[in-house]
Design a protein around this ligand. Structure first.
Ligand code: RIB
Length: 309
């Protein structure tokens, strides 16, 4: 029995240690930072927060360590409209950590320690079979063990739950997993790793999308940064432009896009409208620092869209 509008996110939780610098250090170089911040992040948690704040009915399957960070992040996720019942506390592991440099152009480089995120098991995923089966959509990324992503996608497919995969961080994926995905949302780098096609413009985005369609994915959305996204449905492609804003920090822009887009889709909006809603959410996020601190609430997205006319 499906619960109308129910979304399940499966993914990671991290504490982000963020240092702002003029430029990224080269090997052997030490660069003085201008601002240091610890904030909650993790691609899974960021996408869950984007969905929760933008109005989705959402439950989150994830793991934290038995530590203060894990307890604090769970408290915060609850305040963000997220059902955290499926978040497990793992003894003997620490909550995931990301070390992030942000340069003057708002770009970032990230190193992660998986910690408790990598303790998610197929057995744990199986415990949440009923939740995934009863949901309308399952949204995942790749900061969790791939075997768990595959196990959850298999449950979803068996129960007609739509699978949305944000294939980040970039890695090669099996045809078995890709064949279970309904909507995929790579950026240019991830699209190239999955398809072998370097994505530099609309034509190459269309070629990469075709490769992914041929693996069984009906809807391909390649995110192109400030150029918007390439949307391809069963081979019919178009570019959906984003909004121009002054970016100070692009951390979690893609995560915000994914969480907000799925929220809009579950409200029954057409895909291009859902993408416009997601572009608005991501545009707001890049004007703010940090991952989850930058994710907007629904009223902020609606106000932004109203101002665009
Ligand atoms: O996508 C941004 C996220 O990637 C950060 O919050 C960091 O935790 C890493 O997982």
């Amino acid at each position: 029995m499906k619960t109308s509008g129910q979304l399940v996110v499966l993914g990671s939780i991290n504490a982000d240690h963020i240092l702002n610098l003029d430029h990224f250090p080269t090997p052997g170089e030490t660069v003085k930072g201008s601002h240091y911040q610890v904030a909650f992040g993790g691609k899974g948690a960021n996408q869950a927060v984007a969905a929760g704040r933008s109005g989705a009915k959402i439950a989150f399957i994830a793991c934290v360590g038995n530590d203060d960070t894990g307890r604090q992040v769970c408290q915060q996720l609850s305040k963000d409209n997220i059902d955290i019942t499926p978040v497990s506390t793992v003894a003997g592991e620490s909550t995931g950590v990301a070390l992030i440099f942000v340069n003057n152009d708002g770009e970032n480089v990230i190193g992660i320690h998986g910690g408790a995120n990598m303790a998610l098991t197929e057995a744990l995923v199986a415990q949440h079979q009923g939740l995934i089966a009863g949901a309308e959509a399952l949204l995942m990324q790749l900061e969790s063990p791939l075997a768990c992503v595959l196990a959850a996608a298999n449950i979803a497919r068996q129960h007609h739950t739509r699978v949305i995969l944000n294939p980040a961080p970039a890695c090669a994926l099996s045809d078995e997993l890709l064949g279970l995905v309904d909507i995929i949302t790579p950026n240019e780098t991830e699209a190239e790793i999955l398809t072998g096609v370097p994505v530099t413009d609309d034509d190459s985005a269309a070629q990469a999308a075709e490769v992914l369609h041929n693996k069984g994915i009906a809807t391909v959305i390649i995110t192109l940064g400030s150029k918007g996204v390439w949307l391809s449905e069963q081979g019919r492609g178009t570019r959906v432009p984003g909004f121009r804003v002054n970016a100070v920090d692009t951390i979690a822009a893609g995560d915000t896009f994914n969480g907000a887009m799925v929220t809009a889709l579950l409200e029954g909006r057409p895909l291009t409208e859902a993408i416009r809603f997601a572009h608005a959410a991501a545009a707001i996020a890049v004007t703010r620092k940090g991952a989850q601190p930058s994710v907007p609430w629904r009223h902020e997205i609606d106000d932004f869209l109203q101002q665009q006319g």
